[in-house]
Design a protein around this ligand. Structure first.
Ligand SMILES: Cc1ncc(COP(=O)(O)O)c(C=O)c1O
Length: 368
């Protein structure tokens, strides 16, 4: 982090600033007096905006007073949900490779994360249903998955969603879907179309929770704003727990979130077109390098190539950084199934991606 001149492809964020219309909405909200405490569940006006958004994007009707909780980021959404659901000694199945915070939060709740890797078949990741069934014990309370996935770019199919729902119903588990990348999807009818949420399939009585965030879709990583959609009993608990963690997300940030939801579609579509071009550029560059298997991501903004013969991705990334000043994330950071791969965030500008790909190619051609 202290090295100068690094081509940074390690963080999960774009280098685009928050769009101007969202920044302006926050300034106006401050001027209008949104500088005080709000409800623990967040401003009702934002929860209503979220309900309207789900009706528009997912054709899902939600009760803004009972089923939506605003949180101070996606990670805080995961935090309150996981802490509500797990008691010490419980177990949670986490599909990996995944952003490591899910497993860490499970561990912080004094519960045990049981990581089940997505197997790679051909150039597509799948779900290892047998391994999940075998891992379920009387202490298993929760199954966590991420779609679109960080770091895989994998997106759950409709059949996957049906089966996850059936499995969680049959075993009496909570099903937690991290959908923070739902707007970064390359297979939709139009750029920026949302990946169909698990909420389309779940009834409002199902033990299903969605963790969400403004960070990725609206380039608002530093704002810390997210939300939870949950069955009403869990939403009530998450609201209570919010009080003891951060109480609520900042008031003017919440107001800006309303504007983002209402006016954000054109910017998201433009971003998706740019990201798709970046993805295709990087896949093309990587496919000309020797010894890489490059699963084709359907969503998010990551590539997760597997490097032939690689057993220490941390050492690989460290050497790559020191010798070429290209910063990537080691696959080992993403839990079971991650070792042997490297994560490339392609949300950067071409002026960064092009030299980074060129240096990575040269590094790999020297052997690792
Ligand atoms: C899969 C996943 N979930 C949640 C988050 C949390 O995002 P934030 O806390 O910025 O809202 C991230 C951020 O990288 C992520 O990759």
């Amino acid at each position: 982090m202290r090295m100068d001149g690094v081509l940074k492809l390690y963080f999960g964020e774009s280098n685009q600033p928050t769009p101007e219309y969202i920044r302006r909405a926050a300034l106006q909200a401050m001027e209008a007096g949104f500088t005080f405490y709000t409800e623990n569940a967040g401003l009702l006006s934002l929860r209503e905006a979220l309900a309207a958004y789900y009706l528009r994007k997912q054709n899902v009707a939600l009760d803004p007073r009972r089923e939506i909780v605003v949180t101070a980021s996606g990670v805080q959404a995961l935090n309150v949900v996981i802490r509500c659901v797990l008691d010490p000694g419980d177990e949670a199945i986490v599909l990996t490779p995944a952003w490591p915070n899910g497993s860490s939060i499970v561990a912080m709740a004094n519960a045990r994360p049981v990581e089940i890797p997505h197997p790679l078949r051909g150039d597509r990741y799948e779900i290892d249903w047998n391994a999940i069934e075998a891992a379920i014990t009387p202490r298993t309370r929760l199954l966590v998955y991420t779609s679109p996935s960080n770091p895989l770019g994998w997106v759950a199919t409709e059949a996957d969603q049906d089966r996850l729902l059936e499995l969680s119903r049959r075993h009496g588990l909570w099903l937690l879907a991290d959908e923070v990348y739902d707007r970064l999807w390359y297979e939709g009818e139009t750029p920026g179309a949302a990946v169909p949420s698990i909420l389309r399939k779940a009834t409002r009585d199902d033990a299903v929770v969605v963790a969400q965030s403004f960070s990725k879709s609206y380039c608002m990583t530093g704002w810390r704003l997210g939300w939870v959609i949950a069955r009403a009993d869990l939403a009530a608990k998450a609201t209570q727990l919010n009080e003891f963690i951060v109480s609520h997300a900042p008031s003017f940030t919440q107001k800006a979130g309303e504007t983002a939801l209402r006016d954000g579609d054109p910017e998201i579509a433009a971003m998706l077109t740019r990201l798709k071009a970046n993805r295709d550029y990087c896949i093309d560059a990587l496919s000309r390098m020797k010894g890489l298997t490059i699963p084709r991501p359907e969503g998010a903004f990551y590539l997760f190539p597997r490097v032939e013969g690689l057993t220490d991705s941390f050492a690989f990334c460290r050497r790559l950084l020191e010798e070429t000043k290209v910063g990537l994330a080691p696959g080992v950071a993403f839990g079971a199934g991650g070792e042997g791969s490297i994560r490339i965030c392609y949300a950067a500008d071409r002026t960064v991606l092009e030299p980074a790909m060129e240096r990575l190619g040269r590094f790999l051609s020297r052997g690792h």
